[in-house]
Write a protein that binds this ligand. Structure first.
Ligand SMILES: [Zn+2]
Length: 292
């Protein structure tokens, strides 16, 4: 009974924060375009024109249709529900409003529910709850980074920094919960060395050709939210594994150029999330196999 309320709350909060995450993606993009234009760099003129309304009124961005300027009512802005009721079309001009917002709402809501169901050891104590809530916040930041890197091959600094700060919070909670401050800090440092250090090495060796410095910075935040160096190793493995699963069929079907740019951010994030939920089970199984 109690659990039903928890699930309903997780879906509602997740969908609302997914909607917030989608809006944040456009807001950061709009600011990026303005900055690029001011710096005299190349920028996407078509996109700049489309996002102009957001640029002019940054807090008012989702209150009108980008095609016909129809003013959205409150019932047009209910996460997931409005999109389904309108079948992804504007109420006024019937133009498609796209899948992006809907997928972000569904995605973050699913992340919240899955996180609760598969939380290692269950969400019981005050420490568990603090850890769980910080993890959900990290999830919202990761959703924004995931979408941004997929769309524009960029991982904005502010988001990387925000993720690292949440990560430090998680390290603090784990240190307090286990009472092993030195061990936790060492494991977290090892985690950073594995997830960020490897990409830093690749970055310097290739002079920025293979991976971007954004991946190096993202690795710090992801390493901190995992805390454990063994999980970081697993995340790295899973990120590359998932990458191969996606890239090899595309190469085989000649849908992808050999030297095409592959965004590592979404792969690292997917690897990290999978490692967090699968990792403990695998480590338990491995340790019991060794007779610990
Ligand atoms: Zn419209």
């Amino acid at each position: 009974m109690n659990d039903i309320f928890i699930y309903v709350a997780l879906v509602l909060f997740g969908a609302a924060l997914g909607s917030f995450a989608a809006a944040t993606v456009w807001r950061i993009r709009a600011r990026q375009l303005v900055a690029d234009k001011a710096a005299g760099e190349d920028y996407d003129k078509k996109e700049y024109k489309r996002l102009k309304k957001i640029i002019a009124k940054p807090l008012d961005d989702h209150s009108q249709c980008l095609h016909c300027t129809y003013k959205l009512k409150w019932y047009d802005m209910i996460p997931i529900v409005s999109w389904l009721a309108l079948r992804g079309k504007c109420r006024s001009c019937r133009q498609s409003i796209g899948w992006f917002e809907f997928l972000m709402e569904i995605g973050v809501a699913a992340f919240f529910v899955v996180s609760y169901v598969f939380w290692p050891g269950g969400v019981e104590t005050g420490y568990d709850i603090a850890h769980f809530v910080l993890w959900l916040i990290a999830g919202v930041i990761m959703a924004i980074l995931f979408a941004y890197d997929l769309k524009w091959f960029l991982l904005p600094d502010k988001l990387n920094i925000a993720l690292a700060i949440v990560g430090l919070g998680i390290v603090g909670v784990v240190a307090a919960q286990t009472g092993d401050v030195v061990g936790t800090l060492l494991s977290a440092a090892g985690s950073v060395a594995i997830l960020s250090g490897l990409y830093a090495a690749l970055f310097f060796v290739s002079k920025g050709n293979w991976v971007g410095f954004g991946d190096v910075k993202l690795g710090v935040g992801l390493a901190l939210i995992l805390v454990d160096w063994q999980l970081a190793l697993m995340a790295l493995f899973l990120a590359n594994f998932i990458g191969c699963l996606i890239v090899i069929p595309l190469l085989a079907a000649k849908k992808l150029e050999r030297n095409a740019h592959v965004p590592f951010g979404p792969l690292l994030i997917a690897g990290t999330v999978t490692a967090w939920f699968l990792g403990w089970a695998v480590l338990d199984w491995y340790m019991s196999g060794l007779g610990f």
